[in-house]
Design a protein around this ligand. Structure first.
Ligand code: GDP
Length: 365
């Protein structure tokens, strides 16, 4: 899963990104963590892994990961090639969802590109660039499909669809709020990979003093929340500066620091959890002496598809899955004890994998 961090200049994107990558670099031994300075690999916190690894005496724990991409260079006019312009837009097309950082902190030392703190105006500035970029994609597609549409009913339907969608965007709306009718329209829009169709989480970047009570003391946060509620998006309140400080601490220090601030978990942990939820993701687990590991799948994935995350051979040669729920396994104290109690189930191709399933796949090679 890949998340793109966007926002106007000077809102705290790099600060957030740096704290994410620093936290990630400490946590994981991922070889691809350093290939690209704009990509950070972050592990998904999961208490279950430690407990499971203790049960199996595993040599290694491998958590699930999320990739964050720092998409700098989005400024007014980006869709017309200002700033990094089109390169930025190409990067953002690859992501599964967007984390949109908005500035809610006041600090006269840090210039706002538009002169004042107004997060909803900022959101709309960015959205407009994304809308322009999408319109360009749609206009091109429209021109292409129109050529064949006079003697092809399928293309004619698509042309009519694109025209409606263009109208929707021209009115200042996002593709995400376009009402789709039927599977065909869903397939069309999926194919265009529009920027404004991607799910968004807003990160309201506040001053340290406003962190408590989920930013309730900050009027700008309230406005972002109102905006997000109207647009089916989530907001989470963060202080990027504090996150950067936290990311430099080890686990014990981190806990103490959070306790002092009266917080349960760091903003990054919340962001990761919110992203998982937003994208409808869950984790299943595998455990053994060599490794205990979490694997990310979309809710609703069946057993062979889940097996395919490990290796395509597992999916192709899938026979069955031996499944025990994590908590049952822990309560029983061992796999064999769980088996004796009948808590290990044999599941077939149609089984829908659940969050926290501990699975052993049987397959033909
Ligand atoms: P970007 O341009 O969006 O990547 O913004 P940066 O992360 O570079 O931040 C711009 C400036 O704002 C830097 O000087 C940061 O130290 C500062 N900054 C970032 N987050 C906060 C925050 O939560 N509070 C305050 N006061 N300053 C911040």
């Amino acid at each position: 899963m890949k998340l793109g961090i966007v926002g106007l200049p000077n809102v705290g994107k790099s600060t957030l990104f740096n704290s994410l990558t620093k936290a990630g670099a400490l946590a994981a031994n991922y070889p691809f963590a350093t290939i690209d300075p704009n990509v950070g690999v972050v592990t998904v916190p999961d208490d279950r892994l430690d407990k499971l690894a203790a049960l199996y005496n595993s040599a290694k724990i491998t958590p699930a990961v999320i990739e964050f991409v720092d998409i700098a260079g989005l400024v007014k006019g980006a869709s017309k090639g200002e700033g990094l312009g089109n390169q930025f837009l190409a990067n953002i097309r690859e992501v599964d969802a967007i984390v949109h950082v908005v500035r809610c902190f006041e600090d006269s030392n840090i210039v706002h590109v538009d002169g004042s703190i107004d997060p909803v105006r900022d959101i709309e500035t960015i959205n407009l660039e994304l809308i322009f970029a999408d319109l360009e994609v749609l206009e091109r597609r429209l021109a292409k499909q129109k050529r064949g549409a006079y003697n092809n009913k399928d293309l004619a339907r698509e042309v009519e669809f694109i025209e409606r969608l263009i109208k929707h965007l021209e009115d200042g709306n996002l593709a995400a709020s376009f009402e789709l009718e039927g599977e065909e329209e869903e397939a069309f829009i999926k194919e265009y990979n529009l920027l404004t169709a991607k799910p968004v989480i807003f990160a309201a970047n506040v001053a340290e003093d406003d962190l408590g009570n989920d930013g309730a003391g900050n009027a700008n946060v309230a406005k972002v929340k109102e905006y997000a509620a109207a647009n089916n998006s989530e907001v989470f309140v963060i202080c990027a500066q504090i996150e950067q400080e936290i990311s430099e601490l080890d686990d014990d220090e981190k806990k103490e620091f959070l306790d002092d601030l009266g917080l349960e978990s760091s903003g990054l942990d919340k962001l990761i959890a919110a992203s998982y939820k937003l994208l409808g993701l869950i984790s299943y687990l595998t455990a053994g002496e060599t490794e205990t590991r979490a694997w990310t799948i979309t809710k609703g994935t069946k057993a062979p598809g889940a097996a395919g995350k490990i290796h395509s051979d597992f999916e192709r040669g899938f026979i069955k899955a031996e499944v025990v729920y994590y908590q049952d396994l822990l309560d029983c104290g061992s796999y064999n004890a769980a088996k004796e109690k009948g808590l290990v189930r044999m599941e077939g191709k149609e089984y829908v994998v659940k969050d926290g399933d501990v699975i052993l796949f049987r397959f033909n090679v």
